[in-house]
Design a binder for this molecule. Structure first.
Ligand code: NAD
Ligand code: ZN
Length: 388
């Protein structure tokens, strides 16, 4: 027999492992039509050995605009063989208020418990990005993760947040401080919901399309620039290709960019977001995310122009496009720039490591920087507010 090792001998287990990720996103229209198989395709599980159940949570704003939604969902689940059994259809408060406390998270966790949702059963979340974030967080932590099917109902949900593999709620004024990275079971984007979203929300979502176009695709930016007035007037024909291209670029970055769970300090998709998140926090969520992103993109773009990195003519095009989309370029809180600029440190802390911000050298030509100069930022804020 081998001699026993001393009890204090060091012992290490250290092995890399990679997990296959599948992130399914489907775009459709009229998802609850009983001849539309999109939603059924992600809810029917031929390998399921035991009956599965489904609880649904709907954004109160969506429920008010679509009073027959519960009945439509029931009829839909009954129309296809092998669907999970509906156990609950419940409203949650829509908008940023659902991320301000644990109330919605608790509501969902208790429902998962009360309705015996196991890890192969489903939570269906229908709503704006805020509701999807709060319900998604609860679903990710109950049983350490049940199957989440997200149905985004806003332009921002379709062109950006629906592609995300994360969720969260706010801690005081700190956006998304509490949350997890979790790949949803599936995402079904039903274009029919977008028609009832409020005007401010409709316009707000396109700031994320402008953002990703500036980072990735100059021709896409030119298309948004050309069609901005029609998009603002809510032409679905003008909006659809923009929403879908933005979604594709966000999706590709997340799934093919090599860092889906954001372990690095750089977060290129967060162009303009250090300021956006700070303004959202300082206004306690009164300034919507989409509008805050428009201001963040406008100021960071002008910062690059003031720093001599970006031609002023490019910054002018960005400002004109945001304005044509009905989006703001500035906010009264920018008068107190020292308070606002503290958002840079908050942003660094949230990502970890060294402060890394994305700026533009040209449209479609991003570059990472590690600091912002206070005087240049002050100039950029002044120019942007004159342009608004
Ligand atoms: N998880 C992520 O990676 C990620 C990415 C981007 C944004 N977000 C988050 O998303 C949130 C913003 O989401 P949003 O822009 O979708 O807005 P939102 O969720 O605040 O919803 C906007 C408002 O419209 C209402 N509404 C939504 N859809 C409707 C519809 N079809 N008909 C009628 N009313 C409707 C809601 O009740 C709400 O009052 C922010 O909290 C932001 O932090 C998350
Ligand atoms: Zn955003």
């Amino acid at each position: 027999m081998a001699p026993m090792e001393a009890p204090s001998a060091p012992l290490t287990f250290d092995s890399p492992a990679s997990l296959p990720l599948r992130h399914r996103v489907l775009f459709t229209s009229g998802a609850f039509g009983t001849s539309n198989p999109a939603l059924a395709s992600v809810l029917v599980d031929p390998s399921a050995a035991a009956p599965r159940r489904l609880v649904a949570f709907v954004d109160s704003g969506v429920a008010a605009a679509h009073p027959a939604l519960g009945a439509q969902l029931h009829a839909y689940l009954a129309a296809f063989p092998g669907m999970p059994e509906p156990a609950l259809f419940q409203q949650v408060p829509g908008g940023e208020r659902c991320k301000r406390s644990h109330a919605v998270v608790d509501q969902v966790i208790h429902a998962i418990d009360a309705h015996r949702i196991d890890r192969q059963s489903y939570v269906l979340a229908i709503g704006g990005g805020a509701v999807l974030d709060a319900v998604g967080y609860a679903t990710a932590i109950a049983h350490r993760g049940c199957r989440l099917v997200r149905m985004p109902t806003t332009t921002l949900g379709h062109d950006d947040s629906g592609m995300a593999v994360k969720n969260g709620i706010n801690l005081g004024r700190k956006k998304n401080f509490i949350g997890t990275f979790a790949v949803p079971h599936a995402v079904v984007c039903d274009e029919a919901f977008l028609a009832s979203s409020p005007d401010w929300s409709w316009c707000g979502g396109f700031s994320e399309a402008v953002k990703i176009a500036l980072l990735r695709d100059p021709a896409f930016f030119a298309a948004i620039e050309r069609d901005a007035a029609a998009i603002r007037a809510r032409s679905m024909d003008a909006a659809r290709p923009v929403i879908r291209r933005s979604a594709e670029l966000h999706y590709r970055h997340i799934m093919l960019g090599g860092d889906p769970f954001e372990t690095r300090s750089a977060r290129p998709l967060d162009y303009g977001h250090w300021l956006a998140h700070r303004l959202e926090g300082l206004t306690d969520g009164e300034l919507p995310h989409g509008q805050a992103v428009a201001i963040g993109v406008a100021v960071d773009t002008q910062y690059a122009a003031c720093a001599g990195m970006l031609p002023q003519a490019d910054a002018d095009r960005v400002h004109a496009t945001l304005r044509a989309l009905g989006l703001p370029l500035t906010h009264a809180l920018l008068a107190d720039l020292d308070t606002v600029a503290a958002g840079l440190e908050e942003f660094r802390e949230h990502l970890g490591g060294r402060l890394t911000l994305t700026l533009l050298r040209g449209i479609g030509d991003p570059v990472d920087v590690h600091a912002m100069d206070a005087a240049t930022l002050r100039d950029a804020v002044a120019v942007t507010s004159r342009a608004s």
